[in-house]
Design a protein around this ligand. Structure first.
Ligand code: FES
Ligand code: FES
Length: 157
């Protein structure tokens, strides 16, 4: 039996504890230990962006982040953005622009785009495209997603 360790962290603004294995990813911890399945498992290798979360306000691929390294950190997942004004504006723009099709990439895209709007409130198309270049979408061709991000940014004060 492999050793497990108790870690403490903030998850979507709430103090949490979790018992994690040494090699466990933050993605597995979020989905299987914390029960938050909004963060998607795509490639498991840092290539698709479906598992994008914020760790201390930096966007990371949760499949590449060791759970044990989340000790003492602040994690934000798509569930934690439910009442975030930027995420709400993005969600409306995504729907209006048809930027959600199968929806598998959407949580990761939303986390990445929310992070962009927090750091660059009024991105142009090039900035929006750069921000999501690590997030793969097999359905939309990206243009509608870029347009939605620019539109949501334009609505910000
Ligand atoms: S599941 Fe993490 S980048 Fe693809
Ligand atoms: S909407 Fe299907 S992968 Fe992006």
């Amino acid at each position: 039996m492999s050793a497990t360790h108790e870690i403490s962290f903030t998850l979507n603004g709430i103090a949490r504890h979790a018992r994690v294995g040494l090699g466990m990813s933050a993605l597995t911890m979020l989905r299987d230990v914390c029960g938050l399945t909004g963060t998607k498992y795509g490639c498991g290798e840092g290539e698709c962006g479906a598992c994008t979360i914020l760790v201390d306000d930096k966007s990371v691929a949760a499949c590449l982040q060791f759970a044990i390294d989340c000790d003492g950190r602040s994690l934000t997942t798509i569930e934690g953005l439910a009442s975030d004004a930027r995420a709400q504006a993005l969600a409306k723009a995504f729907v209006a622009r048809g930027a959600v099709q199968c929806g598998f990439c959407t949580p990761g895209m939303m986390v990445q785009a929310t992070h962009l709007l927090a750091t660059h409130p009024h991105p142009d198309a090039a900035a929006a495209q750069r921000a999501i270049e690590g997030n793969l979408c097999r359905c939309t061709g990206y243009q509608k997603i870029v347009e939605a991000i620019v539109e949501a940014g334009a609505q910000q004060p």
